[in-house]
Design a protein around this ligand. Sequence first.
Ligand code: UT7
Length: 318
Amino acid sequence: MMWSRVLGTGSYLPVRQVHNTELESRIETSDAWIFARTGIRSRHVAADGEGTVDLAAVAAARAIEAAGLQPQDIDLIVCATTTPDMVFPSTGCLLQARLGTRGAAFDVQAVCTGFLYALAVADKFVASGQARHALVVGAEVFSRLLDWSDRRTCVLFGDGAGAVVLGRSEHPGIRSTHLHSDGSQAHILQVPGHLTDGKMQSHAVVHMDGQAVFRFAVRALESVCHEVLKANGLTGADIDWLVPHQANERIILATADKLGLPRERVVIALSHQGNTSAASVPLALDVAVRDGRIQRGQRVLLEAVGGGMTWGAALIEW
Ligand code: UT7
């Protein structure tokens, strides 16, 4: 049996950082409220003219380098984004042109679960032999989907990109991926809007019922994490690192508690990134790989939940 395995990771955050104290001067909020309710202190915001593909290209180049490969070795790009630079071509195709890779390139859209969806798709291509080296990217300029006068949403999100390169292996890498959606819950987290006659119809900014999303997230993440453990005959004690979606520290720690994982085995990169949607999991993963926490041979559990509603998880033997 052949597997797909992570060969390298990379990430990128835009230069400009917006601290909670800067938001205090614009809206009725406080650093104390934001930090206590979410664990966020600051987030990065893309510069004018800086697009999703610009962030993705830097993260991707770093992942390809970490994998010890050249761009021309990549024969598949799966890009997860909710904030494409154009209606079409896909961000994956724009990225392909930027990097000079070959083969197929396309986007998947599952909002904050997007990276897990992209990873699951790329894993199937690589493990089955249809691709040799896949670049899997999560990239967002989510700041452009926000109403910056709505304190219930604008304090939560940020921009960034993360990427991994997958290669084929005789030894287990990605053990299993688990994806779920419940479209009946679309109304609790959405950006309504569509283009007609070249104009955006409706106010296309994030609308969120925060408490409903919170409750949904805690239930869905516990359920999918237990699904992963059961499918692989493991318990929480067998997991070396939990790399969760970085939306809210209270949600992250609730999931860790349900798995019996101490805080020291949870990767939390939220405080200076905020919720970067599809970029959140690969960004956190890259931080923990580069600072030496995640080591070869360890078991890493990834999870995320987002608009759709969508949720998913993956177990990786690093
Ligand atoms: O990637 C998946 C996407 N999203 C999530 O995972 C988010 C899930 N939800 C959450 O993380 C939390 O629900 C929030 C962080 C969004 C909100 O925290 P909460 O503890 O659920 O607060 P709340 O919505 O119940 O609001 C409590 C109070 C309200 O005031 P009143 O009605 O009690 O007077 C809000 O108006 O806090 C107020 N509030 C704020 N105050 C200061 C809401 N936003 C803010 C703010 N600053 N930014």
